[in-house]
Design a protein around this ligand. Structure first.
Ligand code: CP
Ligand code: NVA
Length: 306
């Protein structure tokens, strides 16, 4: 059966640990992997804009000896000229893998249903699992034992929150989402994360009180307005400003590490002082997108999926 990576839940704790170990090896000994995808072509399909995802996949695939083919919506939206099903049926006759950033998770499910090659979710409305892998690769480089730390995510409960929360639960990391009322993460996904966390001796909490971030080792921010939402950020400023990651909050929580998936809106969800400050691992985190994804692609496209 073709293996896909749509929610991140395809990987249990052992598989995630193996994958992150492989990512570290690829990062540290790139020459050993420069033919790992030789002869393979991977289509990277985008319904939404991207800087990090597009470039980290393209350049990453090139570094593994493979070939990335970028497909955006300039020749028409997927599903308009032909169905999503026909996209999948056609692409999988030529390509060895399909990486897709889509508006709706259901599009990924359709692609996966009809694709005979692995489909990777590179962001949808509900999940951003490649981001979470890079986030935890960065945390593994920072902490000896991620089961001993607490992550506080502040802002809008969204795709990034969901994937981070699920991976934290899988790895036994305590997690709190601190979001204004009406902007909590999806209740079903929170429930799922709680169940996974319980098995791994960790906690998942959702709160609208910034005090819930106290004692967090890691503070994590994302935009207050995700792609596809046309609301101007200025319009939500009053609601979200109490959740901004600034120097005062970092000190109040006693946090040592600051993460942000980017793109960042400086002086909105995070101040430049913190983003560019000594505790920020944000650029390392962006670099790690490539290494984590390369490990994922090597695992998916070779027969031994970690
Ligand atoms: N973090 C992230 O996915 O960035 P892009 O939207 O630029 O790809
Ligand atoms: N939540 C953001 C993440 C961007 C990488 C969005 O979906 O736009």
């Amino acid at each position: 059966m073709t293996k896909h990576f749509l929610t991140g839940l395809e990987l249990d704790q052992t598989k995630v640990l193996n994958l992150l170990k492989l990512a570290k090896n690829i990062k540290n000994q790139p020459q050993e992997y420069n033919q790992a995808l030789a002869g393979k072509s991977i289509v990277t399909l985008f319904e939404k804009p991207s800087l990090r995802t597009r470039l980290s996949f393209d350049i990453g695939i090139h570094r593994l000896g493979g070939h990335a083919v970028y497909l955006d919506q300039q020749n028409g939206a997927m599903g308009a000229r032909e169905s999503v099903k026909d996209f999948a049926l056609n692409i999988s006759t030529w390509a060895d893998g399909l990486v897709a950033r889509v508006n709706h998770h259901s599009t990924l499910e359709t692609l996966a249903e009809f694709s005979s090659v692995p489909v990777v979710n590179s962001l949808c409305d509900l999940y951003h699992p490649c981001q979470a892998l890079a986030d935890f690769l960065t945390l593994f480089e920072t902490y000896d034992d991620v089961s001993q730390i607490k992550i506080a995510y502040l802002g809008e409960g969204n795709n990034v929150t969901h994937s981070l929360m699920l991976l934290a639960a899988t790895l036994g990391t305590d997690f709190v989402a601190v979001c204004p009322k009406g902007h909590s993460p999806d209740a079903q996904i929170v429930k799922q994360a709680e169940q996974i966390a319980a098995v791994n001796g960790a906690s998942v909490l959702v709160s609208d009180r910034v005090e819930a971030a106290a004692g967090a080792n890691v503070l994590y921010a994302d935009t207050w307005v995700s792609m596809g939402n046309k609301t101007p950020i200025e319009q939500v400023k009053d609601t979200f400003m109490p959740y901004q990651i600034n120097q005062q909050l970092v000190e109040a929580c006693g946090a040592q590490t600051i993460l942000h998936c980017q793109p960042a809106h400086r002086e909105f969800e995070i101040t430049s002082e913190v983003m560019d400050g000594p505790k920020s691992k944000i650029i390392q985190q962006a670099e790690n997108r490539m290494h984590a994804q390369n490990a994922l692609l090597v695992s998916l496209l070779n027969k031994d999926y970690v």
